[in-house]
Write a protein that binds this ligand. Sequence first.
Ligand SMILES: [Fe+2]
Length: 240
Amino acid sequence: MDYTQNFDNYTAAQHSTWNFLYERQRTNLQDKASKLYLGTLHEMSGTLTSPTIPRVEQMAQQLTNKTGWSIEIVPGLIPPPEFFKLLSQKKFCTSTWVRRQDQVDYIEEPDMFHDTFGHIPPLMNTDFASFMHRFGEVGAVLSVDGRDHQVTMLQRLYWFFVEFGFVREDGEAKLFGAGIMSSSGETKHAWGMRNNLKQFDLEEVMATPFRSDVIQDCYFILNDIPQLEQDLNSWFDKTY
Ligand SMILES: [Fe+2]
């Protein structure tokens, strides 16, 4: 089933909540987030708008023009095989609902602010876009084949890099993951841990369980995204 964004149904309060979340994070992330993220967020400021909830179609068009990625609207969390399949087709999924004003500090399920503000900008970067595509292809093969243990390992990679990863830029630790970018509390907490990070090592990350219902107590820092894609390929060759 195809889902669409019912843009005219958003209320003034929802637009204002969006604007609050966007501006609070823009301020929080200055000097803390990676240049990769801040640069692509800025590049998208005409479509991933701050004053009003963005139009998915416009963000998708800009992404497609730059890296060939697109955006698929989904009602909420989807099963891993579907998620991997969409990534393998260079489609990132987003919900279109926006949290209530009383949920600005915490929500249990990802809303559009997390899905777009957190996840979409880095897909404008060719290295990250390429990694995510390969990640989707690998995950699609393994999940269709029922390789549950390997799928869990991929989910850990996703968690500790795409959601809660740091990256090293010019020798400095910078925030990167979407779970951090889209959360004021996570930004503060993760930044406080910046001198206590584990060096990203694919094998170690894939062996590290995570919990999604508590604030993170373990963060990894990645040096090089193309290298991670190579490591993922080597792992896939060995495992499949
Ligand atoms: Fe996410």
